[in-house]
Design a protein around this ligand. Structure first.
Ligand SMILES: *Cc1c(COP(=O)(O)O)cnc(C)c1O
Length: 476
């Protein structure tokens, strides 16, 4: 496929703007040569992007069981509401009394997401999950500092954690202490008890964890950390198995982040705007990023007079339109629909796992929550067919591969998250495809090394692409 630069013809264009007024700019501010911009008509540009879109795979094309990412369908009503002019044609510096509707959205989202997580207040400033983690850890840090507790420098993180957890802890200036998992995938509470001490600032945990299992010792885990004087951070990026059923606040957590762009059905995956909303318990409220939304007899307004606030973590109020979409989703589902969505996510996941586990080895021999992890270690050893080979074979069948080689504690891992938005026929088809790939792996293992055969590009040099990315068009 040709790049825009390769399709370009001098003089062709779609300029519909009038010529600029003459402005006298200082010569030092002017470029010596005009920029190399591709010159194409609107029609050609439109075809270029349509062609690109056809070569990719999204939730609107087919099954996308990317574990830990919750690639669920994004309802169209979210987009319709988020495109209302009252939300789109607004300026962040507009006087508050002219933006009451938008402030009400933030206030209502605060109330509903606090209710869903069991927290007392939320901020919608963080732009992504990892950004939310950093913000939450800054709250924990500010809390200890306000108490004069300066020696709490360590964050405990289970070895099954999402990679962003230790990275965020380290970025927030903490030392990371890794807590081992038991063979059943859950936290080793004995090891946790030994690690929790007067240097513990907090614990970061995901439950259900990254292997898709609900840790039943959760109350014990959070109380071990609290007894040592630490706080408990809940990574709620994937709330898909538990929303409306059990709340992090009731499990003993003090801070939580949500990925509105995963669980709450706002688009993601293209690097577009996300929202890593952060919730906290009452005692951490004074530290929340500023401004927060308040209400008095004159209506809604922004409160900026929070002397203990960690400050602002993003300009203005975060990715506001993402919050509008997520709020639309929550209001559409309602009080009954939210737990129903979670139950269906868990049902779909168990359905798929149970129709595959006679062929594929599951990493853990229990029921799963919203995602399950298989290990292809045996297939790799006996037939030289890796998790990567199976993933590539799925591509030839119009299925986006599951998450590969994660979590790190499982070898040759494939992590499958079907989500609740897939109907049974899609699951049955995917099961059939997985089973036939397994058959091929046994009978003609070498053939799997050749796949994919039918995609726009075949096996790419992924290491090369990461190490030596080619980000510029060469005009020579
Ligand atoms: C996706 C994810 C994150 C990070 O979220 P981003 O929005 O990608 O920064 C953190 N924790 C878990 C468990 C996740 O699945």
């Amino acid at each position: 496929m040709q790049l825009l630069f390769e399709r370009s013809h001098p003089g062709r264009g779609c300029t519909i703007l009038p010529a600029c007024d003459d402005i006298n700019l200082d010569a030092s501010l002017c470029r010596a040569q005009a920029p190399h911009l591709p010159q194409l008509s609107e029609n050609e540009i439109s075809r270029h992007y349509t062609e690109l879109a056809k070569q990719t795979h999204g939730v609107n094309d087919g099954f996308y069981p990317l574990g830990s990412c919750t690639m669920k369908y994004n309802p169209k009503i979210n987009e319709e509401i988020a495109s209302l002019p009252g939300f789109t044609e607004i300026h962040p510096l507009q006087p508050e009394h002219t933006a009451q509707g938008c402030l009400e959205v933030l206030s209502l989202a605060d109330k509903l997401f606090s209710e869903i997580t069991g927290m007392d207040a939320m901020t919608f400033q963080p732009a992504a999950g990892a950004h939310g983690e950093l913000t939450g850890l800054m709250l924990i840090k500010a809390y200890h500092q306000a108490n004069g507790d300066h020696d709490r420098t360590k964050i405990l993180v289970p070895d099954s954690a999402h990679g962003t957890n230790p990275a965020s802890a380290s970025m927030a200036g903490f030392q990371v202490v890794s807590i081992p998992s038991l063979p059943n995938g859950c936290v080793d509470t004995k090891a946790l008890r030994q690690a929790a001490d007067e240097h513990t600032a907090g614990l970061m945990l995901t439950n259900p964890n990254t292997v898709g299992l609900f840790d039943q010792n959760i109350s014990e885990i959070t109380s071990i950390v609290h007894q040592a004087g630490g706080l408990c951070y809940y990574d709620g990026a994937n709330l898909n198995a538990i929303m409306g059923i059990v709340r992090p606040g009731d499990m003993g957590f003090d801070v939580v982040h949500l990925n509105l762009h995963k669980t709450f059905s706002t688009p993601h995956g293209g690097g577009g705007p996300g929202s890593g909303a952060v919730g906290c318990k009452e005692f951490l409220k004074p530290f929340l990023p500023s401004p927060t939304v308040c209400k008095d007899e004159n209506g809604y307004h922004f409160c900026r007079n929070n002397p203990q606030s960690i400050g602002s973590v993003k300009e203005f109020y975060g990715n506001f339109l993402v919050v509008v979409r997520a709020l639309t989703y929550v209001l559409t589902l309602g009080k009954e629909g939210i737990p129903e969505a979670s139950s269906n996510a868990v049902l779909n996941c168990n359905y798929m796992m149970n129709h595959l586990k006679d062929l594929y080895d599951m990493a853990f021999d229990t029921g799963c929550m919203h995602e399950f992890v298989m290990t292809l270690e045996k297939l790799k050893k006996e037939k030289d067919v890796s998790a990567m080979d199976v993933a590539k074979a799925l591509l030839d069948n119009g299925i986006h591969p599951p998450t590969m080689y994660f979590p790190l504690i499982v070898h040759e891992a494939l992590m499958v998250e079907p989500t609740e938005t897939e109907p049974r026929e899609v699951l049955d088809h995917a099961i059939e495809v997985f089973r036939s790939i397994y058959q091929t792996a046994i009978e003609q293992p070498e053939s799997l090394h050749e796949m994919p055969l039918h995609t726009p590009v075949r096996r790419l040099d992924e290491v090369g692409a990461a190490r030596n990315p080619k980000l510029r068009f060469s005009f020579e």
